[in-house]
Write a protein that binds this ligand. Sequence first.
Ligand SMILES: [Zn+2]
Length: 201
Amino acid sequence: MTEEIIKLSNSDIWSSAKLEWNFEYAYYSEELQRCLCGHYPIKNVCVIKNSDNKNETEVGNCCVNKFLGIEDGNKIFTSIKKLKIDKSKSMSPEVLEYLRKKNVLTEFDYKFYSDTIRKRKLSDKQLAIRERINQKLIDFTSYESNSNFTRINLVLKWAEDKSWFDKTFVNSLKSSCEKKGKLTEKQTLALESIIKKLKIE
Ligand SMILES: [Zn+2]
């Protein structure tokens, strides 16, 4: 596992290589995947990004804490698990911050949720708002939305050295996916047709 990470890092020394990595996002995978450490299957997947060379890789939450000292991943999974059982509960404050950083929440959402995060008794109206915001976390971390992200990032990476390619539309898909947690059917079809037409692998 350390070797795999070092290969993707600028530094050859683990103690400094690991500092290059930051938590990017987490998702719950419907497909069974293998962690870099060999652990199988993993369902809680953390995407980490190297801040120096922009490399991205996925690890299971088995490794994200142990090697990288990143705790956000596990906090997100704990909140998702809790909310899937009971949507009237609150996510943890760290997860709320995470969603804000990812521009998933409106200013109203964030303020409302922070103000009521510790309240057990909410009015019906308040409860409906809390549940709507909880759903945003679930959508944002779903396998579906993250496979969309993977496809969008594939195109953007491919387009990096192609100045003739207008990235406006793909960027708009990305921000729409970030806000809503998923693409519409029409958007998904448009994305797939770009990938097919330009033979992006
Ligand atoms: Zn692992």
